[in-house]
Design a binder for this molecule. Structure first.
Ligand code: HEM
Length: 224
């Protein structure tokens, strides 16, 4: 069954369910990253959360959605906007708002359905990502309840990884406990440095070849 805005389902129930089934929801969303240029209003964080909502609703109706179907829903932005406004008007929690946690809350959290840690004043629940993490699940579990910023920086993560991280963010650290430390340099740029290196590496033979031609041309000019 394909879920869409016109099939007569009660969409509001789906939205409420979002908060109760965050883990499942986020796993659906993981492969359905918003696309550049899609018509989603609001700031990035805002729209990101709304996309998660829609994917969640789909998930609750059918336990095996295909990513393609979720994609269709993601692009149905006017409907999403309407839903979002309805929820807001009812005084429900703003879906774009991130919950504020204290550091000790994260440390003490013994909820088996959550694997929470802190990265640069943001709180992540990677429970549904454990099996998918390219660096392995162990390292994520080892950092449960901790501030993993330093280790995370030391490893270095690509741009894609950082885009993916947004999917698992469930909150922020409360104002008074924030470190306000920017991610280490290189954390963001590692990926681009690597691609720069690749580009430079691949163009070197070309420049040598062009230099050779120029040299031959100069010699030719002087000899004849
Ligand atoms: C939401 C949080 C996280 C996400 C989405 C994430 C995602 C990823 C991704 C996509 C990769 C593949 C390489 C890349 O594209 O950069 C990766 C590798 C890795 N990650 Fe994470 N990661 C997260 C948190 C962490 C944390 C907290 C640690 C702890 C230090 C960690 C340690 C590693 C390691 C060791 C690798 C393997 C690096 C390698 O083989 O070169 N990750 N992660």
């Amino acid at each position: 069954m394909r879920w869409g805005p016109d099939n007569g389902r009660n969409k509001k129930e789906g939205i409420i369910e979002l908060y109760e089934r965050q883990t499942a929801i986020r796993s659906v969303h993981a492969s359905a990253v918003p696309r550049r240029g899609s018509r989603i209003g609001g700031d990035h964080r805002d729209s990101h959360l709304r996309l998660i909502c829609t994917a969640a609703l789909r998930f609750s109706l059918d336990p095996s959605p295909s990513v393609k179907e979720v994609d269709v829903i993601l692009h149905d932005t006017p409907f999403e906007d309407r839903l979002y406004k309805e929820e807001k008007a009812k005084g429900r929690r703003d879906m774009a708002e991130m919950r504020a946690f204290t550091r000790s809350e994260i440390k003490k959290s013994d909820d088996k359905d959550k694997v929470l840690f802190i990265l640069h004043d943001k709180v992540y629940n990677v429970r549904s990502f454990l099996n998918e993490h390219p660096g392995g699940e162990e390292i994520l579990l080892e950092h449960k309840g901790m501030d993993a910023s330093e280790d995370f920086d030391d490893v270095g993560h690509s741009k894609d990884a950082m885009e993916l991280m947004k999917t698992y963010q469930v909150g922020v650290i409360s104002d008074s406990e924030r470190m306000n430390k920017l991610p280490k340099k290189g954390w963001v740029s590692k990926y681009s440095k690597e691609s720069e290196k690749n580009v430079q590496g691949s163009s070197l033979p070309f420049y040598l070849f062009m230099g050779g031609i120029a040299l031959v041309a100069v010699l030719f000019f002087y000899v004849y």
